[in-house]
Design a protein around this ligand. Structure first.
Ligand code: HEM
Ligand SMILES: *[C@@H]1O[C@H](CO)[C@@H](O)[C@H](O)[C@H]1NC(C)=O
Ligand SMILES: *[C@@H]1O[C@H](CO)[C@@H](O)[C@H](O)[C@H]1NC(C)=O
Length: 490
């Protein structure tokens, strides 16, 4: 046969096969646009504005719909009711972690965030308990955050009020908090190891948001054939992991089982107790992946939120002035802000919540997966179905937060100026996979921001009206544009 005919015949066969597979699998899935073979619904999704695309689909297909990324059906949950019903009421069924090939390749199912089943359950339990033992949400860690806030102020003073891009340093402070939990010690902001570590974390996070990387996640097979940014990603990741392995070795040598110093020590002690157990998760490789994961999760998300906060405060000087007035009134100039103060600072508390609502840094949380066959509403979601929960749809709900596109702390205040909690405040997601670092992150955001505003006047380089706050977005992350500003000591 003519080779050309063979190619045409096999291609049409593949096309038919993929059409058939898509339509047979579709029967009981939620409604959605008709997929094309191979690319699925890719052509209908505006990758530059996935928020708008997802919102448009929900208007046509309702709060639970199906999109095809390639030949893979993905169920999208849109709006508070759908998210609550799925992630909370059916928490167990929706608690799987969906596939993220670039990260799977490096974590190999060993961290928390990218593992599943019993490994995930054991790791998560260990992590939550250990963070609690180390004092997360209590004074011990609060003191570390307060101390870091003072180092941050010291470093910002060195800029002498001249134009400065705060990007890098806003990653340093949260990274140091994680370091002090994991390795017991923080690093100097000029320390060479620390700088290269943060450099690598930044590099990796940047690569994960590129369009190229989104394509790898849909067509993972390309990972094996293409060279490109993902190789730089793997190299940088490996550097971080070997740095951490080095630290683990040092810890092993100086371990005192009766006196754990930090997260690594708690793990090593558990490891000694489980000695001989073949299937244990307490191996050094598991520990390295776990710690690397905490590093990523704890540094970038908090840093991004801080950058967003600064940009929004520059853009809205009247809001900043009100926060500073409250700080002056409740804390004054001479005492360090503490978590105790938060109860007496409703406006500042509301501002921090509003920053997280508005910044919406994880618009679709992290991808989930069904842990078993599940009947949900009138649909049937087979085990392994990929699920995306739109946090944007909850954070931007216009009934809960009137004018959701406006940055306004009043979204979290009642008529008397008291702080008003909202069930719709879900920047950390909800359900069984909810962020492990939620209380740590909230503490950091409150203490870092109040300490900065207690010590500096924030000065933009242009008229606030002209500050561009348009974020750079992808399906799984939103980051603010880069900017410069001046920190004028008060
Ligand atoms: C402002 C800061 C932060 C935000 C907005 C944030 C947000 C999130 C979100 C949306 C998820 C995915 C939840 C899901 O799968 O539905 C997550 C997971 C996670 N976060 Fe955070 N996070 C922040 C800070 C932190 C910090 C400081 C830590 C470090 C202790 C941390 C550790 C984790 C871990 C380990 C997971 C994976 C949980 C799992 O898969 O079971 N995060 N976070
Ligand atoms: C969403 O729908 C509106 C109105 O129908 C349309 O103008 C817009 O282009 C759509 N946007 C996206 C990203 O699909
Ligand atoms: C990390 O990323 C940088 C910048 O893209 C790259 O030049 C470097 O080779 C990467 N690898 C390592 C091991 O750091």
């Amino acid at each position: 046969m003519d080779p050309f005919v063979v190619v045409v015949l096999s291609l049409s066969f593949l096309l038919l096969l993929s059409l058939w597979r898509q339509s047979s699998g579709r029967r009981n899935l939620p409604p959605g646009p008709t997929p094309l073979p191979i690319i699925g619904n890719f052509h209908l999704i505006d990758m530059k504005n996935t928020r708008q695309s997802f919102s448009n689909f929900s208007k046509t297909y309702g709060p639970v719909y199906t999109l095809y990324f390639g030949s893979q059906p993905t169920v999208v949950l849109y709006g508070y009711e759908a998210l609550k019903e799925a992630l909370i009421d059916h928490g167990e069924e929706f608690s799987g972690r969906g596939s993220f090939p670039m990260l799977e390749k490096v974590f190999k199912g060993k961290g928390i965030a990218f593992s599943n089943g019993n490994v995930w359950k054991a790791k998560r339990l260990f992590t939550v308990n250990t963070l609690r033992n180390l004092g997360m949400g209590r004074r011990t860690i609060e003191e570390k955050v307060q101390e870091e806030a003072q180092w941050l102020v010291k470093e910002l003073k060195k800029t002498n009020g001249s134009p400065y891009d705060p990007h890098f340093i806003m990653g340093c402070a949260p990274c140091n908090v994680i370091c002090s939990i994991i390795f017991q010690n923080r690093f100097d902001y000029e320390d060479k190891d620390f700088l290269s570590l943060i450099g690598k974390v930044n590099e990796c996070s940047k690569i994960l948001t590129t369009p190229e990387c989104q394509i790898f996640n849909v067509f993972p097979i390309l990972l094996n054939y293409c060279t490109g940014s993902h190789n730089i990603f793997f190299k940088n990741f490996t550097y971080i992991k070997s740095f951490i392995l080095e630290k683990i070795k040092e810890h092993e040598e100086s371990l005192d089982v009766t006196n754990p110093r930090d997260f690594i020590d708690y793990f090593l002690i558990q490891r000694h107790q489980e000695n001989g157990n073949q299937q244990t998760i307490y191996s050094l490789d598991h520990l390295a992946s776990l710690v690397t994961g905490l590093f990523f999760a704890g540094t970038e998300s908090t840093g991004t939120t801080m950058r967003c906060a600064l940009l929004l405060l520059l853009k809205h000087p009247h809001i900043t002035a009100k926060v500073q007035e409250e700080i002056d009134h409740v804390i004054g100039r001479h005492r360090r802000p503490s978590m105790q103060d938060r109860i007496h600072m409703p406006y500042t508390n509301a501002m921090v919540h509003e920053v997280q609502r508005y910044a919406d840094i994880a618009p679709n949380s992290m991808v989930h997966e069904m842990t078993c066959d599940t009947k949900f509403r009138n649909y049937f979601l087979p085990k392994g179905t990929t699920v995306i929960a739109s946090l944007t749809s909850v954070l931007q709900d216009s009934k809960e937060f009137p004018n959701p596109e406006m940055f306004d702390p009043a979204h979290f205040l009642d008529g008397n100026g008291n702080f008003k909690k909202s069930d719709y405040f879900m920047p950390f997601s909800t359900g069984k996979r909810v962020c492990v670092g939620q209380s740590l992150a909230s503490m950091e955001l409150f203490l870092f921001l109040t300490t900065i505003l207690q010590n500096f006047k924030l000065k933009p380089l242009v008229d606030p009206k002209d500050i561009d706050i348009t974020p750079i977005g992808s399906i799984f992350s939103t980051i603010p544009p880069t900017f410069q500003m001046c920190f004028i000591p008060i």
